[in-house]
Every structure is written in structure tokens, then in C-alpha cells.
Design a protein around this ligand. Structure first.
Ligand SMILES: Cc1cc2nc3c(=O)[nH]c(=O)nc-3n(C[C@H](O)[C@H](O)[C@H](O)COP(=O)(O)OP(=O)(O)OC[C@H]3O[C@@H](n4cnc5c(N)ncnc54)[C@H](O)[C@@H]3O)c2cc1C
Length: 385
């Protein structure tokens, strides 16, 4: 490890490794990524469901998805990240939902998303045994799908290492030194590291990193749970990610069975990652509502068949990719609000451009600027799970 780097990236989840790799591709290789855990990619990234979609309601999120899907295709060809384009299906059961999702679809189509409205009949073919009671149809994005979070982190790690970017694990950032409106050093138990820039890629811990420099970052950690089933004979590789708009429950193929997720809307911000058994009961009851067939399925109710992880949520469900005002060499790449894996390639490109070029050429980062919270100028992403 050197005593000075051009960039120190804090956090080696999917965002940190993507930022490092994109910096390297832009010729900035004097980069150190530090990770508090013993291994990289064990935070929110390891807990995530692996979903990738372009079906959002705002242009910035759609644009970031397009960029990322394109990059996932390339990474899959080069590194085998298990990117499967099985599609995302949002199932609607009321006229109000249908109108909302048709409106979303218009925006998506305007920005080039391959999406169409499918009938109840088509849903029964796309997702066999899905409960069809009151179903009015759904929106289906054929290019959406699933990616393996571990393989993706590994791919960016390997790419970064090829460019001699350095990684240190078991190395928490415990402080930041600030002088004349700049971060000068990252403080760690193994000493202080001088740097020209830092990137806060600490995921659900982004707020803590901000606090080291007196910056209040509105990113809150929120527990989210996932459970899985044993083998189910109707599951094929073509089974899409299915989201029940009424309940927010999502399910997709996992091994020979299903992975099932549901947000607890009463969850309070915090770092608790234990399994909430009471809410697990709610998840199972909801799963039976949306897919009654699961009555006969084996549900893996204990870890590792059920687990909890942390979302990193902002008030408007958009990320923050920006410099901190008045602390210009402090870049935030966080707050993805449940979409960090699918937006990691785009986030890496945008953050690297902010450092290397001074601004992003690829994205209009206005909707994800830091100052929007102080300005009260928020555009809420409606299509969140
Ligand atoms: C249950 C669940 C399901 C999800 N499903 C999806 C999905 O289907 N699709 C999708 O796109 N997203 C999904 N997400 C969200 C996605 O997982 C996150 O948005 C994404 O992983 C964030 O990546 P990250 O690199 O910012 O955070 P992390 O993966 O948490 O990485 C941050 C890293 O920073 C490290 N760190 C923290 N503090 C410090 C410190 N002081 N010093 C050094 N290192 C530090 C942490 O140890 C961690 O490794 C899901 C999340 C959960 C919990």
C-alpha cells in the first residue's frame, strides 16, 4: 500500500468495484479501494435479489438501466457473470394500477425500452402457476432479467486488478481529514492515506462516512428480507422476475425453486440484519395470495434459505451521484434505493467521469445531484419494490 493515491474508494460492494474499474478504464489507475470486511462484496450486494430492469418511471433511471444492461451483456460475454434476460413482469390487478403502469410504459417506450402490455393469458404462459385472480394484465420487459451479484463483483475486481488498482480488506475508514474545503486523508487503523479524491461507496453506511467530514447524507439503511423455496417442477430458465404490484411481492427463479421478496413498509431505518420471523409469516401469507400453488411448496424459512439485508434508501428513491458542495473532492455514489446492483455499471461510469473529466458526459446527473434535498426539488421514482 502506498501513502498517497489519486482516488480512495470507500467500500468494495458492486458500486465501489465498478467505480474502480471505470476509473481504470479512463486511465486513472492510482486508485485504492478499502473495505471494512474481510472479503469484498459481502454487504448489501451479497444480499440482493439480482434483478435488472429498465422499467422505471424517470428518464435518469431508465438511462442508467440501458447503460448497465449493455455493460452486463459485455461482462457476461467476457467474464460469465450469469446475466439471464428472462424479463421482468409487473402484474396489475386494478384499473388504477393498470393506468399507472400504462403511463410508465409510455415514458419507457419514449426512452427506447423494449416493453409491452401482456394479457392474463400471456401471464399464465410466462409465469406458470402464478395466481390470476383479478389480474388485468401486466407490463413485460423482455431485456430485463437477473445477474449474479458475486460474479459481477468478481468481474469488476478482476478488471481492476489487471489495471493494478489496489484493494485492501479488513480496513475500515474510521475518519476523514479535511483542510481548506478538501478531504486530504482517509483515516484507517493502519494509518492515514493521502488522496486527491474520495468516493463514498459504503452503501447503507454512506451516512456514517459523510459524518466523518461533517456532511449529512440523506441515505438510510432499511432492512429487507428474502426467502426461498425448494425445487418446483414448473420452474424453467424462462420464468421471469414477477412483481405483484398490489402487494409489492416479487419472485424469480433461484436454483430449481423460487426466490421471494417483500418490503416491510413499517420497517424503521437501522442496521438490523436479523431475520424478522413475524414479518416472514406475512411474507408467506402474501406469497400464498399471489401464488396459491405454493401451498404445497417447501419454504426454506431458516438462514441460508431466508435472509435479510439493507437497502440504502433516499427520500425520492433516486441515487446520489455527485460531488459534495463545498467539499469538491468528496464524491458520493450511493442511495440506490434497491437498484444498486442493476445501476452499478452506470454509477461507476458516472462517478469516474466526475473525477476524470470534471462532469459526466454519459448522463445528465441533475436528478441525482446532492443539492436537490436542500432545494426541496425531488422527483420521486414511483416504480420501486
Ligand atoms: C434484500 C435485498 C434485495 C435487493 N435486490 C436488488 C435487486 O434485485 N436489484 C438491484 O439492483 N438491487 C437490489 N438490492 C439493492 C442492492 O443490493 C444495493 O443497492 C447495492 O448492493 C448497493 O451496493 P453498494 O456497493 O453501494 O453497497 P454494499 O454492497 O453494501 O457495499 C458497501 C461496502 O462498503 C463497506 N463499508 C461500509 N462502511 C465502511 C467503512 N467505514 N470503511 C470501509 N468499508 C466500508 C461495506 O462493508 C460494504 O462491503 C437489494 C438489496 C437487498 C437488501
Amino acid at each position: 500500500m502506498k501513502s498517497k493515491y489519486d482516488v480512495v474508494v470507500i467500500g468494495a460492494g458492486c458500486i465501489g468495484v465498478s467505480v474502480a474499474s471505470h476509473l481504470g478504464e479512463m486511465g486513472c489507475t492510482n486508485v485504492l479501494v478499502i473495505e471494512k470486511e474481510k472479503m469484498i462484496g459481502t454487504g448489501a450486494t451479497a444480499k440482493c435479489a439480482g434483478g435488472v430492469r429498465a422499467q422505471f418511471s424517470t428518464p435518469i433511471n431508465i438511462h442508467m438501466s440501458h447503460y448497465s444492461i449493455n455493460e452486463f451483456e459485455k461482462l457476461d460475454a467476457e467474464y460469465g457473470i450469469q446475466f439471464v434476460q428472462c424479463g421482468y413482469l409487473f402484474v396489475v390487478r386494478t384499473e388504477e394500477q393498470k393506468a399507472q403502469y400504462l403511463r410508465n410504459m409510455e415514458i419507457q417506450k419514449k426512452y427506447g425500452v423494449d416493453v409491452r402490455f401482456v394479457s392474463k393469458d400471456e401471464i399464465s404462459k410466462l409465469a406458470p402457476n402464478y395466481g390470476l385472480e383479478k389480474v388485468l394484465g401486466g407490463t413485460f420487459g423482455a431485456k430485463d432479467g437477473l445477474v449474479d451479484p458475486y460474479m459481477m463483483v468478481d468481474a469488476y475486481f478482476k478488471k481492476s486488478r489487471k489495471m493494478n488498482i489496489e484493494f485492501e480488506t479488513d480496513m475500515p475508514c474510521t475518519g476523514l481529514k479535511v483542510s481548506s474545503g478538501k478531504i486530504t486523508h482517509v483515516v484507517t487503523p493502519r494509518g492515514e492515506i493521502a488522496c486527491d479524491y474520495i468516493v463514498n461507496a459504503a452503501g447503507p453506511f454512506a451516512k456514517e462516512i459523510g459524518a466523518f467530514a461533517g456532511v449529512e447524507i440523506p441515505i438510510e439503511p432499511l432492512r429487507r428480507m428474502i426467502t426461498t423455496t425448494g425445487a418446483l417442477d414448473f420452474i424453467s430458465d424462462a420464468f421471469p422476475m414477477v412483481v405483484d404490484v398490489t402487494t409489492g411481492m416479487y419472485m424469480h427463479k433461484e436454483g430449481n425453486g423460487l426466490l421471494i421478496g417483500l418490503a416491510n413498509n413499517d420497517e424503521k431505518p437501522g442496521y438490523d440484519e436479523t431475520i424478522d420471523n413475524e414479518f416472514l409469516d406475512t411474507m408467506l401469507m402474501t406469497a400464498l395470495e399471489v401464488m396459491p400453488y405454493l401451498e404445497n411448496a417447501e419454504i426454506k424459512t431458516k438462514y441460508p434459505g431466508t435472509w435479510a439485508g439493507l437497502y440504502e434508501t433516499t427520500p425520492d428513491h433516486h441515487s446520489i451521484i455527485d460531488r459534495v458542495p463545498n467539499l469538491n473532492n468528496f464524491i458520493i455514489a450511493g442511495g440506490f434505493s434497491g437498484h444498486g446492483l442493476m445501476h452499478a455499471p452506470a454509477a461507476g461510469q458516472a462517478a469516474a467521469e466526475l473525477i476524470v473529466k470534471g462532469k459526466s458526459d454519459t448522463f445528465d446527473l441533475q436528478p441525482v445531484r446532492f443539492s436537490r434535498f436542500a432545494e426541496g426539488d425531488l422527483t420521486v421514482e414511483r416504480n420501486v419494490i
